[in-house]
Design a protein around this ligand. Structure first.
Ligand SMILES: [Zn+2]
Length: 67
């Protein structure tokens, strides 16, 4: 079942709820819910998940060289 959201991608496409495997800097965050643009395929992660990822990346020190 597709859930189409009332918000739009920056390309103008519609977003739908989806699941994606999230991995950053070799850290596996597992399968997380996200929103995917039906037009361009861009994935949008929730703010909460982005914060979790940032914290984890900082904790491991991998972001050090980028800041
Ligand atoms: Zn798009």
């Amino acid at each position: 079942m597709e859930v189409v959201l009332p918000i739009r991608c920056k390309c103008g496409g519609k977003l739908k709820k989806s699941k994606t495997k999230v991995e950053f800097f070799g850290i596996d965050f597992g399968i997380q819910s996200c929103e995917v643009c039906m037009q361009c395929g861009s994935e949008y992660l929730s703010q909460e998940l982005i914060e979790t990822i940032e914290k984890e990346v900082r904790r491991t020190g991998l972001l050090g060289s980028m800041m």
